[in-house]
Design a protein around this ligand. Structure first.
Ligand code: 13P
Length: 251
């Protein structure tokens, strides 16, 4: 059985005081949660402060991106060493906003993935097609390319620290979520790709999150699907009133 894994991607929202207030409310409500894994990824500037709030709780601290180099002349970038220093253990990589707004390629995402795993982090690798790609019927081709491209050269023994998030770009922040059946079909396809790459056991053990307009009122139907193991939540993770019911969805 794969443990449900609910993650909040706060994107470019929350000052330090807003972030610590939200983290505090989450710790009070679900800080002892044992039946499911909970992660939050605040903006870089709030990581140190949120780490203090999370201390002693089971909520895991994540980052939204990392540089593909450990240090050097990379103005404006944040390294994995800095993230470790801030208490981060999980890094989201290849988010569609990084790919489509900031031009990250599969090759760059792959360098980040390999470095993060070599540095001992867990990762969430995001994959997903645009509306245009879905309409052209190339969803599987795109998702397979991003999965194989992102994980190229990753050893099977490291797959235990890899989560994949399927986030159809057309469903992010739009209120249009994929139907549970559509999402499950893509999740099942991702599992098949991983099975070809790393074997059936690794594929069965892999946690695959769905992301894209996950809300309190649709989480339950999504989580009922065989291949949907969790959620990567954007907008609804910014308030306790909407994130807590997602974390505490009832099966
Ligand atoms: P929304 O939940 O706001 O659609 O965002 C999803 C997302 O991009 C999470 O990484």
């Amino acid at each position: 059985m794969r443990q449900p894994y609910i993650a909040g991607n706060w994107k470019m929202y929350k000052t330090v005081s807003e972030a610590t207030a939200l983290a505090g409310a989450l710790v009070a409500a679900v800080g002892r949660e044992t039946g499911r894994k909970v992660m939050i990824a605040p903006p870089f500037t709030a990581l140190h402060a949120v780490r203090e709030v999370l201390k002693g709780s089971k909520i895991v601290l994540g980052a939204q991106n990392a540089c593909a180099e450990l240090e050097g002349a990379h103005t404006g970038e944040i390294s994995l060493r800095m993230l470790r220093d801030a208490g981060v253990t999980v890094v989201i990589l290849g988010h569609s906003e990084r790919r489509h707004v900031y031009g990250e390629t599969d090759a760059l995402v792959n360098r980040k993935v390999k470095l993060a795993l070599a540095e001992g982090f867990e990762i969430i690798l995001c994959v997903g097609e645009t509306l245009d790609e879905r309409q052209k019927g190339v969803t599987e081709k795109v998702v397979e390319g991003q999965t194989r491209g992102g994980l190229e050269g990753v050893a099977e023994r490291d797959m235990g620290r890899v989560t994949i998030a399927y986030e159809p770009v057309w469903a992010i922040g739009t209120g249009k979520n994929a139907t549970p059946q559509d999402a499950d079909a893509v999740h099942s396809f991702i599992r098949t790709v991983i099975s070809q790459m790393d074997g059936a056991e690794a594929a069965q053990a892999l946690t695959i999150q769905y992301g894209g307009s996950v809300k309190p009122d649709n989480v339950r139907d999504l989580m009922k699907m065989e291949n949907i193991d969790g959620a990567l939540v954007g907008g609804a993770s910014l308030k306790p009133e909407t994130f807590l019911p997602i974390v505490q969805f009832d099966r």
